[in-house]
Design a protein around this ligand. Structure first.
Ligand code: CA
Length: 365
């Protein structure tokens, strides 16, 4: 597909329909006959959302189909919402009819994911909203990635949902087994994150992996465990001053070293990354594990998309999920890679900011 407006995420139904989001328009569908219809969002959609807005990095972002979509027709999106009280990010559940012409039963199952309301020293409103949502095929729960909003204390504030991964049932309630630290919001699965726009589940083990955008250094891929601390804490420590109280691009320590993506000195039990970008950040975005024999030697590798880096990297992991080899998919156009999704038959679809969706079918020779 081409001519789209900042496509952000996509999902396939078993009838071949391709649902996709565009950041500032909303949710649409391409049916197998090639027709495209707008389902949910701005004016002209089958169901309009007056509270939906698009600002900075925020808008209509992640998309997931219910694991029982064929029976219940439920679709979930992550979107910026302005109800008049405050701007926040929501996870919204909808139902779509069998012929993709009508949308109903809107239910906002999460309404309190923080949104960056205004400009600060580090950038515009709407920054660092996270936004990927995926059902685990292993435990059936919905995983939601959020962002730190350029807000220093947020990733370690266990009463708020920014800089976290949430793990929820299909009504938005806390999943069983989140192991959230005592006193924290029980929807929190992991905390201490910066801005996660990729989450994937490893075939075989089911372990979730986060793909996380670094601040100028160290994009990270991290195997996750319930209750884990990602080790990102951009709040100033004692004796340190940072503009807008956010040390994400400078140092949160008196010694002046850059705020680490995983601060093992302060948090020795933090989740250890499988791979990082060796001191640079190229804007790590989406990720998905390749599955299916057409991928040949690439089967089981984690495909990771980059925004500024404009490429897809393939990570080969050992049994513990640590990266032991990398390769770049050759001969792709240099575009900002925004979404990576496998169709049920194993083909990989790639959404790029320039407005296209690509299909990659196999590893070739
Ligand atoms: Ca980390």
């Amino acid at each position: 597909m081409s001519g789209l407006s900042e496509p952000w995420d996509l999902a396939f139904a078993s009838d071949g329909a391709l649902l996709f989001t565009e950041k500032c328009r909303g949710l649409s569908v391409r049916t197998p006959d090639g027709a495209v219809r707008r389902l949910f969002g701005t004016a002209g959609s089958a169901l309009e959302a007056n509270d939906f807005f698009c600002q900075g990095q925020s808008g209509m972002l992640g998309l997931a189909l219910d694991p029982s979509f064929e029976e219940n027709r439920r679709v979930y999106v992550y979107m910026a919402s302005n109800t008049g009280k405050a701007k926040t990010n929501h996870v919204v559940r909808l139902t779509v009819n069998n012929v993709y012409t009508a949308v109903a039963d809107r239910k906002d199952i999460v309404t309190d994911i923080p949104f960056k309301e205004s400009f600060n020293w580090w950038g515009r409103a709407g920054a660092h909203s996270g936004g990927r949502i995926r059902f685990s095929p292993f435990d059936g729960y919905l995983y939601v990635t959020t962002g730190d909003n350029h807000n220093g204390p947020l990733p370690h504030d266990l009463s708020r949902l920014g800089g976290k991964i949430l793990r929820l049932d299909r009504d938005g309630n806390a999943a069983v087994g989140n192991n959230t630290p005592a006193g924290g919001d029980p929807r929190i699965f992991t905390y201490g994150h910066r801005n996660i726009q990729g989450i994937a589940f490893r075939p075989g083990t089911g372990q979730p992996f986060a793909c996380e955008h670094g601040p100028g250094h160290d994009d990270e891929v991290t195997p996750l465990a319930a209750g884990g601390n990602g080790g990102w804490d951009p709040a100033p420590t004692k004796g340190v001053t940072c503009a807008s109280d956010y040390c994400g691009y400078t140092s949160n320590k008196p010694d002046g070293t850059p705020t680490p993506m995983t601060d093992l000195a302060r948090f020795p039990d933090a989740l250890k990354p499988s791979w990082n970008n060796r001191g640079s950040s190229e804007g790590m975005g989406p990720c998905v594990f390749l599955k299916g024999s057409q991928w040949k030697a690439w089967e089981g590798r984690l495909a990771v998309g980059f925004l500024r880096g404009a490429r897809i990297e393939l990570l080969q992991m050992d049994a513990d999920g640590m990266t032991i080899g990398t390769a770049t998919i050759a001969d792709l156009p240099s575009e900002r890679m925004r979404s990576l999704v496998l169709r049920p038959d194993g083909a990989m679809y790639v959404a790029v900011d320039a407005g296209e969706i690509w299909r990659l079918e196999s590893a070739g020779q």
